[in-house]
Design a protein around this ligand. Structure first.
Ligand code: SF4
Length: 311
């Protein structure tokens, strides 16, 4: 069907995406925080770690990454022979821009001999300066692997870094970055939610502040949350402290549980930029291609591969 400049809508739009996907030999990867309509057309829906692994193993010519810039960049690093498309060029993670490669080089000079761990929510240039990359799913494992005689520099998320290093005896330097969405959740929000739903379990993401994590019954990455709900008895009520899109994902996995947002304020506007029409345009026009210069990609790949070996 010829649409000219008027995009299709509804079922027709989904059919067109499917048709273009076949024509391009493309695969659609979707982060758990995306709108439900986007999650519904994903070939794989998951967290950063799950999607990174997928990107590396896919048999496709094109990867459409429905998420934010650093995720598509990580896919481009792990799958250099594939074309990686980000449907909305402006979709970016503010936290990933809070530590530059230049700043990481400076802190390495100030802390000689330290081991630099960068959260996957960082730019390719920053990953290229790191010894290890990590995600919220495997950060604790990576930190444990590093001997306590070594100093760790953890960037850019101070809250994830604080959560996974709290029991560590060795020196830790936390970069002062944060997720502007998760940082909004407060202990007061959790206490109020518990008062309203005293029988519910509280499950939060480790990008939340340390005092919020300490108040929770479960602290887990989004992939970890999916695994945890699969184990819970039918009818369990959960107060969810992460980006609201996660509730759609959890509901699909376990529709027999009840999900209560810890706060209605936890919306990542960057994650919510992508709509179905953007996915269609991306496949139609092969935009926006995300590439990483080969020398940066080679160095960043080392820190990502070290992470994948550990987890
Ligand atoms: S939820 Fe936070 S960490 Fe995730 S993409 Fe949005 S701003 Fe970045």
């Amino acid at each position: 069907m010829e649409y000219g400049h008027i995009p299709p809508s509804g079922e027709e739009l989904v059919k067109e995406i499917e048709r273009l996907k076949k024509e391009r030999n493309a695969v659609i990867l979707v982060h758990n925080y995306q709108f439900e309509e986007v999650q519904a057309i994903g070939d794989f829906v998951g967290d950063s770690l799950e999607l990174s692994r997928k990107a590396a193993s896919l048999d496709a010519d094109v990867i459409v990454f429905c998420g934010v810039h650093f995720m598509a960049e990580t896919a481009a690093i792990l799958a250099p022979d594939k074309t990686v498309l980000l449907p909305v060029a402006a979709a970016d993670c503010p936290m990933a821009r809070m530590a530059t490669a230049q700043e990481i080089r400076r802190i390495k000079e100030e802390h000689p001999g330290s081991v630099v761990v960068t959260y996957v929510n960082s730019t390719a240039e920053t990953k290229a300066e790191a010894d290890y990359c990590c995600t919220s799913a495997n950060a604790a494992k990576i930190v444990q692997k590093i001997g306590e005689d070594k100093e760790i520099v953890f960037a850019p998320d101070q809250h994830l870094g604080e959560w996974v290093t709290q029991a560590r005896r060795g020196n830790v330097t936390l970069w002062p970055g944060y997720c502007p969405v998760h940082v909004r959740l407060t202990v007061d929000d959790i206490e109020k939610a518990r008062e309203r739903h005293p029988d519910a379990l509280v499950m939060v993401h480790p990008e939340c502040r340390l005092d919020v994590c300490q108040e929770a019954d479960i602290v887990a990455s989004t992939g970890g949350m999916v695994r945890r709900v699969k184990e819970l008895p039918a009818g369990t009520r959960l107060i969810i402290g992460t980006e609201l899109g996660m509730i759609s994902r959890l509901r699909r996995e376990r529709p027999d549980l009840e999900y209560i947002p810890a706060s209605n304020d936890l919306v990542c506007t960057d994650m919510k930029m992508t709509r179905l029409v953007n996915v269609w345009e991306a496949l139609r026009d092969m935009k926006h291609r995300i590439t990483v210069p080969p020398e940066t990609a080679a160095r960043a790949r080392l820190s990502i591969e070290r992470m994948l070996e550990v987890s």
